[in-house]
Design a protein around this ligand. Structure first.
Ligand SMILES: O=C(O)c1ccccc1NCC(=O)[C@H](O)[C@H](O)COP(=O)(O)O
Length: 254
């Protein structure tokens, strides 16, 4: 059976090829956000105590429905009030129920830097991310070759987008030169098996470049775990399901 990561990447390339015809890069370049300054996710995380990147996620391949009726504008404003350093918006429709319009709406109602959380496989998606208001993009180490990662990283930088470089194992850090990396995301979820192991992420900390900000991603289900991860040396956390399952009135500062 084809594993989910390969399936998503294959699907993504098909969608990108269709989108390139429907909305050429030249059109994306005419969007107002394309020429607007970006907000720095890196600085926001560095300047915040817990470095929370709160994610907007309606559903997922591992959990299916999480919060299907969630209102992105309401959630974006609530994340900002809660004191999040940044917001992550899943823009993949088929697997996560998200869209670029969600990203655009989130950007329009809050001052948080916004990460486009998606499976980036093609230069076109960098232009798209910038046009719809992203401040940072995700590059997943084990989804692409080192050559492709570098090609996309160079373009992202040219467009003023920051890069969250996601790894699942310490050696994957070598796939992209650190000059391109703004934040390292250590994914606690194995994207092939969906197994979550927060301790494995913690064990990787001493093997990662000390000068880079480190974010623990996925499977974080309570405040105590956030505090533990920060105490042990992560600069921030990326949390989706835990927040998306709460009522916005329950979001707390600590
Ligand atoms: O969340 C999934 O099931 C998933 C499956 C396959 C590829 C990626 C997946 N998630 C993307 C993410 O990176 C997470 O949404 C993010 O780290 C937040 O995770 P969580 O706090 O567990 O919702």
């Amino acid at each position: 059976m084809k594993q989910i990561l390969e399936e998503i990447i294959g699907y993504q390339q098909l969608v990108v090829n269709l989108k390139k015809k429907r909305m050429p890069v030249e059109v994306l370049k005419s969007f107002p956000e394309f020429s607007s300054p970006t907000r720095s996710l890196k600085q926001a995380v560095a300047g915040s105590e817990e470095g929370i990147i709160a994610e907007f996620k309606r559903r997922s391949p591992s959990k299916e429905a999480i919060n299907l009726k969630a209102d992105v504008m309401n959630i974006a404003q609530s994340y900002e009030k809660m004191g999040a350093a940044g917001m992550s918006v899943l823009t993949n429709q088929r697997y996560f129920g998200g869209s670029l319009e969600d990203l655009q709406l989130a950007k329009s109602v809050c001052n948080l830097p916004i990460l486009r959380k998606d499976f980036m496989v093609d230069a076109y998606q960098m232009y798209e991310a910038k046009a719809y208001g992203a401040d940072a993009i995700l590059l997943i180490a084990n989804a692409l070759s080192a050559e492709k990662l570098e090609e996309l990283a160079i373009l992202a930088k040219e467009l003023g987008l920051e890069i969250l470089f996601e790894i699942h194992e310490a050696e994957e850090i070598q796939k992209l030169d650190t000059q391109y990396i703004d934040l390292i995301g250590v994914n606690n979820r194995n994207l092939r098996t969906f197994e979550v192991n927060i301790q494995q992420g913690l064990d990787m900390l001493p093997h990662l470049p000390s000068e880079l900000l480190k974010i623990s991603e996925s499977g974080i289900q309570d405040r105590e775990t956030i505090q533990k991860l920060i105490q042990k040396g992560f600069n921030g956390v990326l949390v989706g399901e835990f927040f998306m399952k709460q009522k916005v009135s329950e979001f707390k500062k600590d």
